[in-house]
Design a protein around this ligand. Structure first.
Ligand code: 5GP
Length: 138
């Protein structure tokens, strides 16, 4: 069964399109967490950023960058959060890779909060942890 973004890409259900080319589609997020909140996605289905091939990932990220730049220049955004939730545990609800471009305004207008709390790292071995991750990249 098609996911909701595949249906949008195929024109089965409506969306408010910001940008489109052969490989990439950008639409306004239905929630408008802040004014201009946009989703950028590959037209080909990949479940998340983690399984997206690098050529497609590059195209998606370059469009996300241009949308962020446009939002700063014409919407009065003072910053932009560009992020991808990968997997249910990370808050991904639509299992079709997409990047959120969320313009940020002075005074925190809108409903977006990003909170990164610190853990007590005294019982963690950070060099070993770093090596584990680094080794797995090889
Ligand atoms: P996720 O939680 O997977 O990172 O984000 C999914 C996003 O898709 C949410 O911000 C949600 O508001 C948006 N969304 C879900 N369904 C639709 C839809 O039918 N149309 C649009 N434009 N956005 C949607």
């Amino acid at each position: 069964m098609k996911d909701i973004f595949c249906k949008i890409i195929d024109g089965d259900i409506p969306s408010t399109r910001v940008y489109e080319d052969d490989d990439v589609l950008a639409i306004l997020d239905i929630s408008q967490t802040t004014r201009g909140h946009t989703l950028v996605m590959p037209k080909k289905h990949y479940e998340s950023l983690l399984d997206c091939p690098k050529e497609t990932l590059t195209k998606v990220m370059l469009i996300a960058q241009r949308i962020g730049q446009a939002e700063v220049s014409i919407l009065g955004a003072k910053g932009v959060n560009i992020l991808a939730n990968c997997g249910e545990a990370a808050g991904q609800t639509v299992m079709h890779f997409h990047v959120h471009v969320i313009p940020r305004y002075i005074g925190g207008e809108g409903g977006f909060r990003l909170e990164m709390a610190s853990q007590d790292t005294s019982k963690m071995n950070l060099p070993v942890l770093a090596k584990e991750i680094g080794d797995a990249m090889k």
